[in-house]
Ligand binder design. Structure first.
Ligand code: ARG
Length: 392
């Protein structure tokens, strides 16, 4: 009997070559395509997988699960990697890997395969997840092992083997896109001193080309999750897509960074996540209104850890569950409304309100309504300063 492998198939050149490469090595290749909202023509890609020699092709519509089980927890955590990356790519990988495992079990395959390179984070995320969820499965990573040294060699390989795949001409960048954002690298971006050309950006306008008038957006949160936009109820996917449109139009949500990869190298990457940043900023400002000081302070540290954990491919780790327990408690209060102002690439919070607000105007005010007993301050300061006083 042939060995069976389930391949995470993206429809690009690499994974198309992998299908044939595995067949040459006597595998039956079942392709799995994950729909995370990358807006590609899945029918065309499915045909391509068959042309390359797949025995079966499955398309998994993972959008809802991606939102509820991955994006929402990241929002509630406030997760960001190295201050600028909202983790769109990193959040998708454990879900893709989990789906590979499920399909491998259903199809009784002993192997899973992916098209990640040996220098990136994604191989680690996918393989760690597979190892944790299904240690019995063997993993094949052809791009790490095979003989091809360039795109041209891969094209030549397909041609020689009479695989009729219409190869689009070389793209100047390596892109990864889903509902939560776009990651862009390679090409001219490899010089960290070169400004990203406008053509590198996929879903946002240049801030200088954004409208000359600001636009206001209101987001309602229920327990840390965005539920309404400008007072209107949206389906989760619709809300994210609408925010991407609005934010993108105003040039909001771009990052340009040199990041530390898991495998020890630095890479220059640019990101677009208009919806992500608008939600992140709004959520942070609502938390500032409703969380007490110590919880808020502690949660900032948790957010950093949560961001690292996602980046490092440890979604299915015990630490993730432990952090979730803390985050879930804090989010019970995070219900309310935030008003954002978008203008030429900037997204600022200009208003926030909540029934759980801890803001007390009668204590903060400088008018005659002031109820703060200022005389209390003197003792407070003396006691606070006690550890620093030296005896004369
Ligand atoms: N550096 C990002 C991450 O590790 C994105 C990786 C995928 N990017 C890409 N352009 N293919 O999550």
């Amino acid at each position: 009997m042939k060995k069976k492998v389930v391949l995470a198939y993206s429809g690009g050149l690499d994974t198309s070559c992998i299908v044939h490469w595995l067949r040459e090595r006597d595998y039956e290749v079942i392709c799995f395509m994950a729909d995370l909202g990358q807006q590609e023509d899945m029918k065309v890609l499915k045909r391509r997988a068959f042309q390359a020699g797949a025995s079966k092709v499955f398309i998994g519509d993972l959008k809802n699960e991606f939102i509820h089980e991955f994006i929402y927890p990241a929002i509630r955590a406030g997760a960001v990697y190295e201050d600028r990356y909202l983790l769109a790519t990193a959040l998708g990988r454990p879900l893709i890997a989990k789906s590979l495992v499920e399909l491998a079990r259903k199809e009784k395959a002993g192997f899973v395969a992916h098209g990640c390179t040996g220098k990136g984070n994604d191989q680690v995320r996918i393989e760690l997840t597979v190892n944790i969820l299904a240690p019995e499965l063997k993993i094949i990573a052809p791009v790490r092992d095979w003989e091809f040294r360039s795109r041209d060699e891969e094209i030549e390989y397909l041609r020689k083997n009479k695989i009729p795949i219409e190869i689009t001409k070389k793209k100047p960048y390596s892109l990864d896109k889903n509902l939560w954002g776009v990651s862009i690298e390679c090409g001219v971006l490899e010089d960290p001193y070169t400004e990203p050309p406008e053509s590198a950006f996929q879903i946002s306008r240049a801030p200088e080309k954004a409208p000359d008038r600001p636009e206001y957006v209101e987001i309602d949160f229920k327990e840390g999750i965005p539920v309404r936009l400008n007072g209107k109820q949206f389906k989760p996917q619709g809300l994210i897509e609408r925010l991407n449109e609005i934010g993108g139009r105003h040039g909001v949500g771009r990052s340009d960074m040199v990041e530390n990869r898991l495998v020890g190298i630095k890479s220059r990457e640019i990101y677009e996540a208009p919806a992500g940043w608008m939600v992140h900023i709004a959520h942070r400002e609502l938390e500032a209104l409703v969380l007490d000081r110590q919880t808020s302070d502690f949660k900032r540290g948790i957010a950093v850890e949560y961001g690292k954990l996602i980046y490092n491919g440890l979604w299915y780790s015990p630490l993730k569950g432990a952090l979730d327990a803390f985050i879930n408690t804090t989010q019970q209060r995070v219900t309310g409304k935030v008003r954002l102002k978008l203008f030429k690439g900037k997204c600022a919070c200009v208003g926030r309100k909540s029934l759980n607000s801890l803001y007390r105007k009668e204590l903060a005010t400088y008018t005659e309504e002031d109820e703060f007993d200022q005389k209390m301050a003197e003792g407070f300061i003396r006691i606070t300063g006690m550890p620093y006083l030296r005896k004369e």
